[in-house]
Structure formats: C-alpha cells, structure tokens
Design a protein around this ligand. Structure first.
Ligand SMILES: Cc1cc2nc3c(=O)[nH]c(=O)nc-3n(C[C@H](O)[C@H](O)[C@H](O)COP(=O)(O)O)c2cc1C
Length: 255
C-alpha cells in the first residue's frame, strides 16, 4: 500500500554461466497510489495490462484492488514470493479461500493466482496442489505456474532468495503437465520460470499453458526478446503447418 524499502542490499545476484538470477528484493516499491498514477497514464492500453498485487494483510490487498480496479484488465495475486516474510499465510487453504472470496466482492476483473513451485527437492507438492484445488473451487480465472525457487546464497544479505532463469525451466514444464491433470480447463495456465525462447514457449503451450510470463531472460537478452520469441514462434508454427496456438502439440519442429 504505502512505500516499502524491500530487503537490505545486496539483494540480487546474477549467475551468468547459467543465465540465472537469485533475488531477494522483498517488494521494494513506491506504493499503490504511485502505481495507480502510472496506470492512469497508460489507460489507452489498459486491455493489455495485468496488475500484480502481493501483501501479507488481506485489507491492504483489497484496498489495492479497489484503487486499481478501473485501470487494469485483470489482477495477478502473488502468494508465492519466497523473499517476503509473512506472505505464506495465504498459502494456507482456508486463508486463501477467504482472500479470493473477499477479492471477488470488490472486482469483476479476472483473478489470476501466482503459485509457489514444487519439486522433489522442495518436497511440497501435496501442499501446493491443495492450494491450487482450493483456488479452482473458489472460481479463479487463471494460475501462474510458477515463481522463483527458494535457494540459499552467501551473496545475498539475508542469506537466501529465489532462483530464476534457465535452471528452473525443466521444473516449470513438469509442473504445468501435472496441473493439467487436475485443472480440466477450469482456469487458464500462464507458464512462468526459465522461459527464454520460442522453443521453450512451444513446449509450455504444448503442455497446456495458454500464455507465458518472463523476467530473467529479459534481463539477459533485453527488451526486444518478447517480439523475437513471437516471431520465432510463427516460424515454428509455419514449419509445423499450423496457424492456431491451440494446435501446438508435441515437440517443436527442428529448424
Ligand atoms: C529481480 C526480480 C524481481 C522480481 N519481482 C517479482 C515481483 O515483484 N512479483 C512477482 O510476482 N514476481 C517477481 N519476480 C519473479 C518473476 O516474476 C518470475 O516469477 C520468476 O523470476 C521466474 O521467471 P523467470 O525465470 O522468467 O525469471 C521477480 C524476479 C526477479 C529476478
């Protein structure tokens, strides 16, 4: 809601050889009023803006929704940053259900939940699947699978952060395939974690995702990356003889 300093620095480190990042930013920001002023300036492209909101207090999240409701096309609720103390309260299914219900009272815009990752190393799959089932039963419109993976690092002041970038892509793909089994088309899946090329995008779309979110590959490759990925995907689709994203299936064709 109000301005936040985030975690103490250093709070980000690049692992260049792996095209990865570990960050523990802890949501530094200028607050919702400042963000809403920015959103107002971009009202002409509102239909392409999804606002990401996170927080540890239900009332604060609701206040952000109320203030931003007219200036965005959908809300992403991030309950999965590993770097923000207190955020885990919304990973408890009844708290999550309550949060979604109260948000729905204040907006008709689509609600997308950004979930934490799971894998055999984290040993948390059943816990996260419960969160996802609760959210689907509460009528969410989309889910982001998933976020950074918790990792210890001596280069980060607080000693740990979230790993992002290429090393987490295999897990992203696996999670999407597992989620498709329980989702049954109720909510759209947005793939997130290590996506950096049209080949990666093809694989997540073929596994059931409807769209993708990228961050670390943008840091390494620069702002032209999204249009390069889109153009390369068109080339792959032409090679495969298809014209619709929903027809993407199997492995990407070899160039
Ligand atoms: C420096 C940095 C800051 C981030 N800040 C946020 C954030 O404020 N909210 C959020 O939901 N995710 C945040 N993320 C996570 C990314 O949105 C994304 O979920 C994650 O990095 C995995 O995708 P990637 O491998 O494409 O980076 C951040 C990631 C990085 C590297």
């Amino acid at each position: 809601m109000t301005e936040r300093p985030g975690n103490p620095k250093p709070r980000m480190t690049r692992i260049v050889k792996d095209k990865a990042i570990i960050n523990a930013l802890g949501f530094p920001g200028k607050g919702i009023e400042y963000s809403v002023q920015n959103l107002k300036k971009h009202n002409a492209i509102k239909s392409r803006i999804i606002l990401s909101i996170s927080g540890t207090i239900e009332d604060e999240i609701v206040e952000c929704i109320k203030l931003a409701n007219d200036f965005t096309s959908a809300f992403e609720i991030n309950i999965s940053s590993p770097n923000t103390s207190g955020l885990k309260i919304f990973q408890e299914p009844s708290r999550l259900r309550g949060l979604i219900e109260v948000i729905k009272k204040h907006t008709k815009k689509p609600i997308i939940i950004k979930f934490p990752p799971w894998n055999s190393f984290l040993d948390n799959k059943s816990e996260i699947i419960k969160m996802i089932e609760t959210s689907l039963n509460s009528g969410i419109d989309g889910m982001i699978i998933s976020n950074t993976h918790p990792r210890e690092s001596k280069k980060i002041k607080i000693g740990k952060g979230g790993l992002s970038g290429k090393p987490i892509f295999t897990d992203t793909l696996k999670m999407i395939r597992e989620i498709q089994a329980i989702n049954k088309g109720f909510a759209d899946i947005i793939a997130c974690g290590g996506i950096s090329s049209a080949n990666d995008l093809w694989k997540v779309l073929a596994s059931g995702a409807k769209a993708a979110q990228i961050y670390t590959s943008l840091v390494y490759e620069g702002p032209r990356l999204p249009s390069k990925i889109n153009n390369d995907l068109i080339v792959l689709m032409k090679l495969a003889g298809i014209t619709k994203l929903s027809d993407i299936n199997g492995d990407p064709p070899k160039i």
